[in-house]
Design a protein around this ligand. Structure first.
Ligand SMILES: [Cu+2]
Length: 157
């Protein structure tokens, strides 16, 4: 590098990239249809974790493999109940970002309170932004602590 300002410029550009790229990639634009086949049985959901993007139209087909089970989505306040052999569907637009617990809404047996799942709406961009910013802060600190060597001789004209 010829001049410290150049490295600061690069650092600044990198900061902008870390901050804005996830915004540009905001998944709302995609608005996909997402379908999940969730099997409920033996006090568990399979799959137990559903990942969607904000704005997705989500359809959950709940299939009970033993007794009557329900599926309640925390935060969205939605639920569906499935009798064994009679799949039930729940469709909604994932308009709230975050992680929401799925819980069984039907007292199905001894381990009923432990029948849980998770709905994750949104990519975990915050984690990546956090990592990116930490990394950049580290580089910034190094730049401050070890300034680029100043030319010994000033060019005189
Ligand atoms: Cu249950």
């Amino acid at each position: 590098m010829k001049h410290p300002a150049v490295s600061w410029l690069i650092l600044g550009a990198a900061v902008l990239l870390v901050v804005f790229v996830p915004i540009l990639h905001k998944p709302e634009i995609l608005n996909k249809e997402r379908s999940f086949r969730v099997e409920a049985g033996d006090f568990a959901y399979t799959p137990a974790v559903l990942k969607v993007n904000p704005g997705d139209r989500v359809t959950i087909e709940l299939i009970s493999t033993d007794v009557v089970h329900g599926l309640y989505v925390d935060g969205y306040d939605l639920s569906v109940t499935a009798d064994p052999g009679q799949p039930a569907t729940l469709t909604f637009v994932a308009d709230q970002s975050g992680v929401f617990r799925l819980r069984c809404s039907v007292a199905c047996g001894a381990l009923h309170p432990f029948m849980l799942g998770k709905l994750q709406v949104g990519r975990n961009m915050l984690i990546w932004q956090g990592i990116g910013m930490t990394f950049l802060a580290l580089i910034g600190t190094l730049l401050i602590r070890k300034p680029f060597p100043v030319p010994e001789k000033q060019t005189s004209s």
